[in-house]
Design a protein. Structure first.
Length: 452
């Protein structure tokens, strides 16, 4: 199963923690995307990945655009450019202006013009990425056949020779943890050896993307796995029956794959996050565990990351503003929840076109049109459509409302844990029911109470 993750290495462009201070500017040309929105975003952290938009603009008729970051921040990481649902990493340095070019119709093919400085962090990170990606691409056939051991070990040795003493700590760490992840997912080193060599007695790099990618690959599913074992009853009870952070943390620290308090505390937060979005943990129990964890964590950055997780869960409480949502309709035209604010209440539906049950509920929204057409808009977001299939679906079933596709990351903001979810939002853009009832289980009554 782990070997399947090799596909993730293709085209990988990982971001860079930058210094802070002066403004950074981006000027560019994208002649194929006139009239489209382009924006700069960043994450508040790389574990929970709370996302923030820093600047956005409309590409003009000549394809030109200009964006800026007022100040690179120590509380934001992983800067990236977002265009047409395609995310491309940026590696900015304070006080610099970068000239970008998107020459064709692929929004992910973003490059620097010859007017940019070919030195510094961006150059070093991009150079490593090209070298690494070329190795994966050139040896793709060998990877698919399982004939990769000797060449991968040689590549790891060469990487250590090239980057083991690199003067930039970020680049040195990037190479080390990228190679560690490669060795682990190809099973050239086992999980215990990976943990002992790259995590035990090492600095915890809370904001380094390659460190966190390695950490997640090593520990993904482990908390749920341990709790599901015959010996894991106490762990399961400490999470799902009677939440108790002390018991949870004590159990975790007894595992051979965990050494050191900081690694253990980071594992607990990631393990709860992973378990919640894979199988679901009741929100009240999860919040209790996270708040207890935050009180006892030793590192201020982990406290901040945990606070992001708590905020993401809390923000779906009734009375809070609905998380922002921008979508593209079947014709590629963008719309957002803000378009309906102060005009209509919104019944927001996330659905799967491949799931008969969720599709049936979606068809049930047609009953809202007659009695509520002046007060309510149905917004449907398909989780597994493309533009063509969504257009055909809307036309085939005479669906009434606004239907579209979104960036997958938005689903996290709405705490999706399956193939469907429903939210009722008032005219002011605030959540009324989160989640709301499906149409067949009381959705009609909830809407009636809101708008009548």
């Amino acid at each position: 199963m782990r070997s399947c993750r090799l596909g993730l290495f293709f085209g990988l462009l990982l971001p860079l923690m930058a210094g802070f201070g002066q403004e950074v500017r981006f000027k560019g040309n994208a002649p194929f995307f006139s009239g489209k929105t382009i924006q700069i975003q960043a994450y508040g952290d790389l574990l929970i990945q709370s996302e923030y938009t820093l600047d956005k603009t409309i590409i003009d008729a000549d394809g030109n655009f200009e964006l800026g970051i007022t100040e690179l921040s120590d509380s934001l990481v992983n800067y990236h450019l977002l265009l047409e649902r395609e995310r491309t990493a940026l590696h900015p340095e304070a006080g610099k202006t970068y000239e970008l070019i998107i020459p064709g119709s692929d929004p992910g093919q973003i490059g620097l013009t010859d007017n940019n400085d070919t030195s510094g962090y961006w150059f070093e990170v991009s150079s490593f990425n090209r070298w690494y990606n070329d190795f994966i691409a050139d040896n793709y056939e060998a990877f698919t056949k399982g004939d990769y051991r000797s060449m991968t070990l040689r590549f790891a040795k060469e990487s250590k020779e090239r980057y083991g003493n690199h003067p930039l700590p970020y680049v040195r760490q990037m190479a080390a943890y990228r190679i560690a992840d490669l060795l682990m997912v190809t099973r050239l080193i086992g999980e215990q050896k990976a943990a002992e060599s790259y995590l035990f007695n090492q600095e915890v790099l809370y904001d380094h993307p390659d460190y966190l990618a390695f950490f997640k690959d090593l520990y993904k599913g482990k908390l749920l796995e341990w709790a599901s074992q015959s010996s894991g009853g106490k762990l399961y009870d400490a999470i799902m029956t009677k939440p108790n952070y002390d018991s949870l943390f004590h159990y975790v620290m007894q595992q051979e794959l965990i050494t050191g308090r900081e690694v253990g505390e980071l594992f607990v937060v990631y393990g709860l996050f992973d378990w919640h979005y894979e199988k679901g943990i009741p929100k009240a129990k999860l919040l209790h565990l996270l708040r207890s964890a935050q009180e006892k964590q030793v590192h201020p950055r982990l406290k901040q990351i945990t606070r992001h997780f708590i905020h993401d869960l809390d923000k779906l409480s009734p009375g809070n503003p609905a998380p922002s949502l921008e979508a593209l309709d079947p014709m590629g035209k963008s719309f957002s929840l803000n378009d309906f604010k102060d005009k209509w209440a919104v019944y927001l539906v996330f659905f799967s076109a491949q799931n008969p049950g969720t599709l049936s509920e979606l068809l049930g929204t047609r009953a809202f049109f007659g009695p509520f057409e002046k007060e309510l808009k149905v917004v449907g977001i398909c989780l597994d459509c493309n533009f063509t299939s969504l257009h055909q679906l809307v036309k085939k079933h005479d669906l009434i409302g606004s239907f579209g596709l979104i960036n997958p990351e938005i689903t996290q903001a709405y705490d999706l844990q399956g193939s469907s979810a429903y939210y009722l939002i008032d005219k002011q853009g605030n959540l009324v029911h989160a989640p709301a009832a499906p149409p067949s289980l009381g959705g009609f009554d909830q809407i009636y109470k809101l708008v009548k």
